[in-house]
Design a binder for this molecule. Structure first.
Ligand code: NAD
Length: 437
């Protein structure tokens, strides 16, 4: 099958590479000429475990190519995926559909023969109708079936998620697309991944409902963590106790500094707006958004409290900047609010992240970036663990402590056992747990 993917970011590139690995002939398109030039030279513009090798093997097998030329690339395609960004629109939180609309216009003028246009970007209910309308109004003769095929992969585990998804959701309004999309995903279908065919609007809403539910689950346990701190309970035990109930499930019950990333913040906000547009308010999601915003800002106050209420002139070492481990993505990362909050109160921030420092340099001013966790600890009045990269799970705590000015360790991911930190003589502040004594 010939597949064209428009937008070669986290989703487009991973989807394209995996579809090529299934045996399809794939071309990944992007308007960013530098990105395509890099890919043509074998340089992967994002950090995603395993992506490098998979790109190389599929390029050399002749199944994967890259281009900036949309019209030529999509003309022979059986399926064109739209995988461009849908960021929050500045000012109101609506999903910004300008990239999607621009691609729809370009596709309209370039398709030949029957073509399935499948939207992988996360888009509000009704966007598929709009894409179909744009294409029909520009090229009334175009024979296209517009499909919604939302993507559920997680950065950091994207290849595994794409190749072994819990489900594949496909929203269609034209029966001809069913056969084509079944063919696209045949290897997964044979692997027993369920294909859920449904209506296009339903598929669009499934993506937002899934993300909002997960964001709510995280926010719920975060509030429970606050209650644990206030009442002397332990949030990890509470999470285990409720998570073992199959109706609840143990995933997404890790208390932390609030959710971030390229999806949850913008998708929860967009769902609030979608609800308002349809006169059907999403009050739980509205509350989730506001609790999470508040929480991210509250994390700097937690660190300040751990430093006896004052960080002016003090040095704070920050471990982990990306919104989660195994990615270089800094979008909406909790570290941003934390560091700005500390700097506003006069702290000097020294930070280390295994993959995120290049992106972080663009976002964070006056931060000293260092090459490892131990350099971040040197002379620090407190350490803050923000992102639970594996390399922060087994730190040489004696070494860390020996170079710090004061043994204060704030762990926003509950990585370390309370007893161990007490044994090493740290004043240890975590989330929803209290140090004994
Ligand atoms: P991204 O910003 O990493 O990539 C988008 C790419 O599209 C960029 O490289 C950009 O240059 C390109 N682009 C924009 N306009 C273009 C045009 N007219 N022609 C060609 N290329 C164009 O974004 P992403 O993280 O891959 O997200 C893409 C979509 O997938 C979003 O709607 C997002 O919500 C959704 N999504 C993302 C994830 C994730 O984990 N990142 C997971 C599921 C769904």
């Amino acid at each position: 099958m010939k597949i064209a993917i428009v937008g070669s970011g986290y989703v487009g590139l991973v989807s394209g590479v995996c579809l090529a690995d299934f045996g399809h002939e794939v071309i990944c398109i992007d308007k960013d000429a530098d990105k395509i030039a890099a890919l043509l030279q074998g340089i992967i513009p994002i950090y995603e475990p395993g992506l490098d090798e998979l790109v190389k093997s599929n390029v050399s097998a002749g199944r994967l190519s890259f281009s900036t030329d949309l019209p030529t690339s999509i003309a022979p395609a059986d399926v064109v995926f739209i995988a461009v960004g849908t960021p929050s629109r500045r000012g109101d939180g609506h999903a910004d559909l300008s990239f999607v609309r621009a691609v729809a216009r370009e596709i309209a003028g370039a398709v030949t023969g029957f073509t399935v246009v499948a939207t992988k970007s996360t888009v509000p209910v009704g966007t598929g109708d709009e894409i179909a309308h744009i294409i029909a109004s520009i090229n009334p003769g175009a024979d296209v079936a517009v499909v919604s095929n939302p993507e559920f992969l997680r950065e950091g585990a994207a290849i595994e998620d794409f190749k072994r998804p819990d489900r594949i959701v496909i929203g269609i309004e034209d029966e001809r697309a069913r056969e084509v999309m079944t063919e696209v995903y045949r290897p997964l279908y044979l692997n027993q991944s369920p294909l859920q065919f449904t209506g296009r609007r339903t598929a669009e809403l499934i993506k937002y409902a899934a993300n909002a539910f997960l964001a709510m689950k995280i926010t719920f346990i975060n509030e429970v963590a606050d209650l644990c701190e206030a009442s002397g309970a332990d949030v990890q035990e509470v999470a285990r106790g409720i998570g073992l109930d199959n109706r609840i499930g143990s995933k997404f019950l890790h208390a932390g500094p609030g959710y971030g990333g390229s999806c949850f913040p913008k998708d929860t906000q967009a769902l609030v707006k979608i609800g308002q547009d349809f006169g059907s308010p999403m009050r739980l999601v509205e509350t989730t958004v506001s609790i999470n915003d508040h929480r991210k800002r509250a994390m700097s106050r937690k660190v300040i409290a751990a430093c006896s209420g004052d960080v002016r002139g003090k040095t704070i070492g920050v471990l982990g900047l990306t919104f989660k481990p195994n990615t270089d993505d800094m979008r909406e990362a909790p570290s941003i609010d934390l560091i700005r909050g500390l700097q506003d109160r006069g702290a000097k921030v020294v930070a280390y992240d295994p993959q995120g420092m290049m992106a972080a340099r663009e976002l964070l001013k006056d931060v000293i970036f260092v090459e490892n966790a131990y350099d971040a600890a040197r002379g620090a009045d407190a350490m803050v663990l923000v992102t639970e990269w594996n390399e922060f799970r087994s730190l040489d705590l004696e070494r860390i402590k020996s170079t710090m000015t004061a043994p204060v360790f704030v762990d926003l991911r509950n990585v370390y056992p309370l007893q161990e930190m007490a044994r090493h003589g740290f004043t240890y502040v975590s989330i929803g747990r209290r140090q004994p004594g």
